[in-house]
Design a protein around this ligand. Structure first.
Ligand code: ATP
Ligand code: MG
Length: 292
């Protein structure tokens, strides 16, 4: 059994009911209040007074047009950028920098091309000084979760784009994150591969219990992966609508309930694209008070 933080050696036991997994994960309560961010002191704020709360194990999607600040928000939540105003707390503790407890996945998998799959997956544990045996066990478990056990000894250059993204996912999972942040991670993949990764990431997150925050342009992706979808509008960035995505798993694109949720989100997305400034502020207050 392995501890949550990769920098610590393996711990004994786990509080989670699991299916003999060596990867032991729990989610986190996220509380963001009064968030403001400027890239430069004289420039316009990218956000002001943004509020976002998410409960342990929730899968959240953030949808918005290009440039409204989605990636900036994700970087701030990941501790990669410091907020100019406001606070971000995970389980009541202020986020003040990057950590292996919250990891990001990007559009490109950013693997080390000269390494095998297992070496790429174990890189974080290697840097953290894990003993070989425990590291190998956890890497094997992560590869099982992403269904790449047969490729452990393959060079990553010999994998497809979708398989490489699965390696990146396994590399995130070995760190036992409480929160996985995804910035349009599947947008470079073909539709079939994208659909299988969307389904598997949600299913793994639900099985292991960690939070997801998915930034996407793709409304289908939000409906298929999220428990709740937030619509963001820009200048400065605001959350203008939120939708509870109460749909059964596994979700099928052609299911009428999925289609209906998609249509609602699409309407709200187009409405959000029309608004800015004070109108966005009013809509955010409306969404937060649960009207949306
Ligand atoms: N490093 C930077 N320095 C200055 N301004 C930046 C920087 N990165 C982003 N911005 C600006 O901040 C705003 C939000 O950018 P961000 O990348 O967060 O948008 P986004 O919603 O992720 O867009 P996309 O959907 O195209 O990825 C944009 O106006 C952008 O030009
Ligand atoms: Mg972006």
């Amino acid at each position: 059994m392995l501890a949550r933080a990769a920098a610590t050696p393996p711990a004994v036991g786990s509080s989670l009911p699991r299916e003999n997994h060596t990867v032991s994960i729990r989610g986190v309560n996220i509380n963001i209040q009064g968030l403001g961010y400027r890239y430069s002191t004289r420039g316009k704020p990218t956000f002001s007074n943004l509020r976002l709360e998410s409960q342990r194990g929730e899968a959240l999607a953030i949808i918005g047009r290009s440039g409204c600040g989605k990636s900036t928000l994700l970087h701030i939540i990941a501790g990669l950028n410091r907020p100019t105003e406001g606070s971000i707390q995970f389980d009541g503790k202020t986020v003040d920098g990057p950590s292996s407890r919250w990891v990001m996945m990007f559009q490109a998998p950013h693997l080390f091309p000269w390494m095998k799959v297992s070496q790429n997956v174990g890189i974080g544990l290697r840097f953290a000084g894990w003993p070989e045996k425990e590291k190998a066990e956890r890497v094997a478990e992560a590869l099982r979760l992403v269904e790449l056990s047969d490729y452990a000894e393959t060079n990553v250059q010999d994998l497809s784009g979708g398989q490489q993204q699965r390696v990146a996912l396994a590399r995130s999972l070995v760190m036992e994150p409480e929160l996985l942040l995804l910035d349009e991670p599947f947008s470079a993949l073909d539709a079939f591969t994208r659909a299988s990764l969307q389904r598997d990431v949600r299913s793994i997150a639900k099985r292991l219990g960690f939070n997801l925050i998915i930034v996407t342009h793709d409304i289908d992706e939000a409906v298929l992966m999220a428990d709740r979808a937030l619509i963001m509008a820009g200048a400065p960035g605001k959350i203008v609508h939120e939708f509870q995505v109460d749909l059964a798993d596994p979700r099928q694109r052609q299911d009428p309930a999925v289609q209906s949720m998609r249509a609602r989100l699409m309407d709200a997305f187009h409405a959000a694209a029309q608004i800015s400034g004070s109108a966005a502020q009013e809509m955010e207050e409306e969404a937060i008070s649960g009207i949306a």
